[in-house]
Write a protein of this length. Structure first.
Length: 319
């Protein structure tokens, strides 16, 4: 009886961690189906959300964290090493699987571009409480710039013509999330504080970022284009939601990760491909149709795969 009760409680925890976010994505899908928002408006709002709301959210989460208490070098090193491994494995495999250069860049980006900045804090809060998010915030502040740097390199590598180091550098230093994380780390490390009014405004904008981004993610999913590049999208889906998380979570467990740090590993390697990957593919000449399909597939199916990962790790007593 006790085991059954524990299993039911774990099921409820897993559902509470996943369902609210995917209900918001579903709300965005309905807004698209009911034509409450146009494609043009969705693109404009996605740009606003990415460049302003999510950047402010990342900045404020880092800025308001206790770096000394939340800094987990083992977790950061493990996740960064895993992201580099995904990048180099993708570089070796993708040219053998895909002939189109613009599609290769998108596939390589999908191998490592996780949506941890959007789902990380909210899912950790659901699983462990708001007072346990520090390690995930600092992890996000490190891996998000790394992912954005590698994404620029991935897409530039397979552009028509020769890759431009200057374009790569410009893409990195002008990326809003890289800038936001850098400023947040600097202010948290130096103890600089925002004036009360600015602090309150930044907090409000950051709080609005996740629901806004999730609804827009749902509104961005264009089912009419589904299937145009299905083989390549399925390869990315398998790597992003099954192969990579299975390998990295297993290694993390064997390395002694438990609780919040193990959740951090799960979020980095089992979350869907970030919707910003589509925007970056458009801007840098990647295959935008494939990028949209990868976001659609990984986002839709991650509702089930994340639920299963959380339920498994809870039942094994690792969370």
């Amino acid at each position: 009886m006790g085991r059954k009760k524990e299993a039911v409680e774990n099921l409820i925890v897993a559902l509470n961690a996943v369902l609210p976010m995917f209900l918001m994505i579903g709300l965005g899908c309905l807004a698209r189906v009911w034509k409450m928002i146009s494609d043009t408006a969705v693109r404009q709002m996605n740009s606003l959300c990415f460049r302003m709301f999510m950047s402010v959210m990342l900045f404020y989460n880092v800025y308001s964290s206790d770096l000394r208490a939340a800094l987990n070098w083992k977790l950061i090193a493990f996740c960064c090493g895993g992201i580099f491994a995904e990048f180099f494995v993708g570089m070796a495999l993708i040219p053998r699987l895909e002939k189109s250069a613009p599609a290769r860049g998108v596939m390589l980006q999908a191998f490592f571009r996780t949506n941890v900045v959007l789902l990380g804090v909210s899912m950790t809060t659901s699983l462990f409480g708001a007072d346990q998010i520090g390690e995930i915030v600092i992890l996000s502040a490190v891996v998000v710039p790394l992912i954005n740097i590698l994404s620029v390199i991935a897409l530039e590598m397979y552009q028509e013509g020769q890759a431009s180091a200057r374009r790569m550098a410009k893409g990195v230093v002008t990326n809003p999330l890289v800038i936001a994380a850098s400023i947040g780390i600097f202010m948290a490390a130096t103890g600089l504080r925002l004036p009360g009014i600015l602090d309150s405004a930044a907090h409000s904008i950051g709080t609005a970022a996740t629901p806004m981004a999730l609804v827009l993610l749902g509104a961005s999913l264009d089912f009419s284009k589904f299937g145009n590049s299905l083989r390549s999208a399925l390869i990315c889906l398998a790597e992003r939601l099954a192969i990579s998380p299975a390998i990295m979570i297993t290694i993390a467990v064997l390395a002694g990760f438990r609780g919040v740090p193990l959740a951090g590993v799960m979020l980095v390697f089992a979350c869907p491909v970030a919707v910003a990957s589509f925007t970056m593919a458009v801007e840098l000449g990647g295959d935008s149709d494939l990028a949209g399909e990868v976001v659609l597939l990984t986002t839709g199916l991650s509702c089930f795969t994340l639920f299963l990962w959380i339920l498994l790790l809870k039942n094994l007593g690792l969370f």
